[in-house]
Design a protein around this ligand. Structure first.
Ligand code: UDP
Length: 461
């Protein structure tokens, strides 16, 4: 049955709807999870907003259905993630989620496709549970951040009660002893000024999980055992599964990039000795101010190491495009390469890459861990600070570059990672952790068991 795909010649009997949050770091893991479900014989329909819509050509085997997102053009163009998220949730929840309900109803009624088993939605899309309930579809939740991050969400009332929050300048380095190894400065919520709004969002997010048929977290058991155990104990949801790293779970390697990946950089990497290149990328959203950009450019140039640096068009705040300092190009000739967007998973898996200077978005962190690449960490917002803390303290596979970005400090950090004894020890631990990833993905490994459980659970709904 070509229409709904083909699982080794068998027709696909059930279909899963997936609804990612329209940001790169959320689209990737959701489509990777969908790939794994498709590999195991389920048909997939991707619901997507107009804002940051994925290219259906990236997954010809999936069906793509648009959902009106109600994000005004100026808000979309602003790049303000929270603003976009709020506008999207407000629009989708308007009039009792009528628009979303309508889309769901027509998708379910589509008799050309196999019957719908459930919808897997990104935990931030708070309009989904009510709309799904109205049309009688069971929900499952995907969390694209770490288990530690979700545990931290669950602890939000406690953090207030005990006075860790709202954060006070004088207490930033105070350990949160209930959530080791986090300190106040690592908590997610520091950048939120409106604590009441935050609290409402978190309460609803946790409610959505508790009312769902299951929670999937993009992590694996050996990486965050204590965090997963607490979540499993404290939630009242039929299953909490950790089948990550999701990008390693499917046989497919098709990307889901919103920007074009520059594959020339792989050929460029081919020309470099083993573990000699520093890969530098701050993900899809983080940016630098003009001075920081200058310091990074000179820090990289002066380090003497080969580097591959991802500079998006919107990497420098307040500028339409990055402007490199005079003399930079000559200084890095033959040794440094700047691209707009990388095929990151391939880059990290390349033998020439010996380090990753990252903002520690959770996907980048997992991708680096999966390939055993040690990290220099420069977190900016959201869960990035706590990811850095775990990288440095819990797993020991990287270190933070703290304080003002300054070229001399950057140079030193690069040398420490790429040349010095401490860097070698970090690299050794990264190699060990990579083995744990391989274990969880091997036959009978925890992530394989988890994804099989997930598929069986879906088929039982
Ligand atoms: N990514 C990529 N090319 C790049 C930079 C990033 O493909 O040049 C991908 C990366 O592999 C990851 C995602 O974009 O899957 C970024 O997600 P992450 O959670 O690391 O950070 P965010 O962009 O959400 O801050």
């Amino acid at each position: 049955e070509a229409r709904s795909g083909d699982a080794g010649g068998r027709p696909r009997r059930r279909r899963v709807l997936v609804f990612p949050l329209p940001f790169q770091g959320h689209i990737n893991p959701m489509l990777q999870l969908a790939d794994a479900l498709h590999d195991r014989g389920l048909a997939v329909t991707v619901l997507h907003t107009g804002f940051n819509a994925p290219d259906p050509a990236c997954r010809p085997e999936f069906q793509f259905v648009p959902v009106p997102d109600g994000v005004p053009g100026d808000v979309a163009a602003s790049g303000d993630v929270i603003g976009i998220l709020n506008a999207m949730n407000a629009a989708m929840e308007a009039e009792d989620s009528a628009a979303l309900r309508g889309v769901l109803a027509s998708v379910i009624d589509d008799e050309e496709q196999p019957p719908v088993a459930c919808i897997v939605f990104d935990s931030n899309l708070l309009a989904v549970p009510r709309a799904a309930a109205a049309v009688g579809v069971k929900t499952l939740v995907l969390r694209t951040a770490s288990a530690a991050c979700f545990r931290c969400f669950m602890a939000y009332p406690m953090l207030h009660q005990k006075g860790y929050l709202p954060p006070q300048e004088s207490k930033m380095y105070m350990p949160v002893k209930e959530l080791p190894p986090l300190r106040v400065k690592d908590l997610f919520f520091n950048s939120w000024t409106d604590q009441q709004k935050m609290s409402n969002l978190l309460t609803r997010g946790i409610e959505a999980v508790n009312n769902s048929s299951g929670l999937v977290i993009n992590t694996f058991d050996a990486l965050e055992p204590a965090e997963l155990e607490t979540i499993r104990e404290e939630l009242s949801v039929p299953m909490v599964l950790a089948p990550g790293p999701l990008h390693k779970l499917s046989s497919k390697s098709t990307g889901s990039g919103l920007l074009n990946e520059d594959y020339d950089c792989i050929k460029w990497l081919d020309k470099h000795p083993s573990k000699s290149v520093l890969y530098v990328s701050f993900g899809s959203l983080a940016s630098l101010d003009t001075n920081e950009f200058l310091e990074v450019a000179w820090g990289l140039a002066n380090s003497g190491h080969p580097f591959l640096w991802v500079v998006r068009q919107d990497s420098v705040r307040g500028l339409d495009g990055p402007s490199f300092p005079n003399g930079f190009e000559a200084a890095i000739e033959g040794r440094g390469k700047v691209i707009q967007w990388a095929p990151q998973q391939e880059v990290l898996a390349h033998g020439a890459v010996g380090g990753f200077w990252t903002h520690n978005g959770w996907n980048s962190t997992l991708e680096s861990i999966s390939e055993g690449v040690p990290m220099i960490c420069r977190p900016q917002f959201a869960d990035q600070m706590m990811n850095t803390r775990y990288v440095e303290k819990t797993w020991g596979v990287g270190f933070e570059l703290e304080g003002d970005l300054e070229r001399g400090k950057i140079e030193k950090a690069i040398r420490k990672l790429m040349e010095e004894r401490e860097g070698a020890q970090i690299r050794e631990r990264a190699k060990e952790l990579k083995k744990k990833v391989a274990d969880c993905l091997s036959t009978g490994g925890s992530s394989q068991i988890a994804i099989d459980q997930f598929v069986n659970h879906i088929l039982s709904l």
